[in-house]
Design a protein around this ligand. Structure first.
Ligand code: 13P
Length: 246
């Protein structure tokens, strides 16, 4: 049985005081059957850690540099993320792939870095609209997963399926579309590792998740939660998604 995870990716939103207020309004959440993780901007991580420390909210970072330290101006390393209380790190969000040219080989290094610093990687994968229309969704997903996880032994990890055409567009994948890809991802993980390991890995759906559509998504057997963007910036809608019952 996989524990549902609801993750809030705040992206490049919230100043320090806005982040602290938003985190504060989440501290009353009591949802023992759901793991809740938030991903504030780097500059707010330390303060937010303090805000959520007596709550069930866990903390994650939006990306990581693959080296532990050194002359990489502007970058953030695994030991730094651990020092502000992060448990998780997003790897290969489509915005990182698109705007910062992160490829699967680099993501492989980032996953290794996360694991070596006891951070749980959440590997993000997803096809573009053109790729879906050309019927190559499953090929794209398979390549993204196998290249990012190449020669990485099984470990505690999470996969997030985020179709690029559904991110920030209000166009959510149908539960059937999402389930098809999630089941396919689990099959790839089963072939790459083994069936038992694949059964343990949580696969989140991301892309225009709201309190209105979360229920029908969470009913599907391979959808183990959500990676929420826009709707995680409002405490009310994020809490409503967390409280979704399937
Ligand atoms: P939206 O929920 O705003 O579509 O963003 C999804 C996402 O990219 C989460 O990482």
């Amino acid at each position: 049985m996989r524990t549902r995870m609801i993750a809030g990716n705040w992206k490049m939103n919230t100043t320090l005081s806005e982040a602290t207020n938003l985190a504060e309004s989440l501290t009353s959440i009591s949802s023992p059957e759901t793991e809740v993780v938030i991903f504030p901007p780097f500059i707010s991580l330390g303060t937010v850690q303090n805000t959520v420390k007596n709550s069930q909210i866990k903390l994650g970072a939006q990306t990581i540099h693959h080296e532990p330290k050194g002359a990489y101006t502007g970058e953030i390393s695994g030991p730094m993320l651990k020092s502000v209380g992060c448990d998780y790190v997003l790897i290969g969000h489509s915005e990182r792939r698109q705007y910062f040219h992160e490829d699967n080989a680099l993501l492989n290094q980032k996953i290794r870095a996360a694991i070596s610093h006891q951070l749980i990687p959440i590997l993000c994968v997803g096809e573009s609209l053109a790729e879906r229309e050309n019927n190559i969704t499953l090929d794209v997903i398979k390549t993204q997963i196998l290249e990012a996880l190449a020669a990485i032994p099984y470990t505690n990890m999470v996969i997030a399926y985020e179709p690029v055409w559904a991110i920030g567009t209000g166009k959510v994948a149908s539960p059937e579309q999402a389930q098809e890809v999630h089941a396919f991802i689990r099959k790839i993980l089963s072939d790459h590792y083994d069936k038992m390991s694949a059964e343990k890995i949580r696969i989140l759906y991301g892309g225009s998740v709201t309190p209105q559509n979360s229920h029908s998504l969470f009913e599907k057997p391979d959808i183990d939660g959500a990676l929420v963007g826009g709707a995680s910036l409002s405490a009310e809608s994020f809490i409503n998604i967390i409280q979704t019952h399937s």
